[in-house]
Design a protein around this ligand. Structure first.
Ligand SMILES: Cc1cc2nc3c(=O)[nH]c(=O)nc-3n(C[C@H](O)[C@H](O)[C@H](O)COP(=O)(O)O)c2cc1C
Length: 183
């Protein structure tokens, strides 16, 4: 094996979990944006974390309300994901309408959820780590739903055509669509 020196885009060697849409709102205004840097950080109680630029339109609602939704799109939503990741709510665009995301009422939080995503996690902020221009938001999942075609007996099921989207940088993604089982 010959290894090349990696001096930039080191993050892209760490293929993150599937890209999500983070949603938040204060009752009057709302936002949604693409987030590839996200991960689970605790099993019980379930906790998640994601990185956000502090300048993002949606981030202000996360800070203000202490709530956010994590919406997991299927690969077929790639262009909606890119749209949500390239257009800022600061421009006055309603991304829910423009990208036909569909709005789902959350059970326990006030933030809007994305109906067309195959799963939705409702989260409350437990900690924000200030990293200067960006922040690491850590939250507890207080409710979650998933399409019963793709989540059965507590596991992701790919037999019914589920394809998840992983961001490789820019407009490039790869897809996970099958299970392999180690010995
Ligand atoms: C595929 C993809 C993944 C992204 N991941 C992140 C991320 O992890 N963290 C982040 O702060 N911005 C990320 N962005 C950029 C934001 O989604 C983008 O700046 C968005 O327009 C911010 O929207 P808002 O200002 O309406 O909140 C990503 C963009 C794309 C296209």
């Amino acid at each position: 094996m010959t290894k090349v020196k990696v001096e930039s885009n080191i993050y892209s060697l760490l293929n993150p979990g599937s890209v999500v849409l983070v949603s938040a709102g204060d009752g009057e205004r709302e936002g949604v944006f693409a987030v590839s840097w996200n991960m689970p950080v605790r099993k019980d109680p379930p906790m998640v974390a994601f990185e956000s630029s502090q300048g993002h339109f949606t981030y202000q609602f996360v800070r203000k309300t202490g709530e956010f939704g994590i919406n997991i799109p299927e690969a077929k939503m790639v262009n909606q994901v890119l749209g949500c990741g390239k257009v800022s709510g600061k421009t006055g665009v309603d991304k829910f309408a423009k990208f036909e995301l569909g709005r789902r009422q959350a059970e326990k939080i006030k933030a809007p959820l994305v109906e067309t995503a195959f799963a939705n996690l409702e989260c409350r902020v437990s900690q924000i780590v200030d990293m200067g221009a960006s922040a690491l938001v850590i939250g507890q999942v207080v409710a979650a739903v998933a399409d019963d075609q793709h989540f059965q007996n507590g596991q992701l099921v790919f037999d019914n055509g589920l394809e998840l989207l992983h961001h490789l940088g820019g407009n490039r993604f790869c897809v996970s669509d099958r299970v392999i089982i180690g010995e």
